[in-house]
Design a binder for this molecule. Structure first.
Ligand SMILES: [Zn+2]
Length: 110
């Protein structure tokens, strides 16, 4: 089964939920995935996987141009900007950054 997620929600209990539609035979993503190999190999026992189909992938936020099927960053490409912030604003100290985060995270949460 393939479900196209149309909207994410966060119920008051803290879990995440989504609203979407089950794709039918004839939809290009359904036909590309159903009956084929697992498109998201994982060691998890959970038979459900969430990912963005490569045909709908965006590109990595670092600007490298790599397609990102399930997020904003290619694997490992988020480290450079994160450590850039730590280096530029916290003198390279991860501890200072974490102390600042703990103090300010309420206002930083979206
Ligand atoms: Zn990148």
């Amino acid at each position: 089964m393939v479900v196209e997620i149309e909207q994410w929600a966060q119920p008051p209990d803290g879990r995440r939920a989504f609203r979407g539609g089950v794709l039918s035979s004839g939809h290009r993503v359904h036909d590309a995935l159903v009956g084929g190999p697992d498109p998201v190999p994982t060691d998890s026992r959970n038979p459900v996987a969430y990912f963005r189909h490569p045909s709908e992938a965006g590109t990595c936020r670092c600007g490298c141009g790599e397609a990102v099927p399930g997020g904003e960053w290619a694997q490992g490409h988020d480290q450079r900007p994160l450590h850039g912030v730590v280096n530029d604003d916290f003198g390279g100290s991860v501890g200072r950054f974490l102390d600042w985060y703990e103090t300010n995270k309420t206002s930083a949460e979206v």
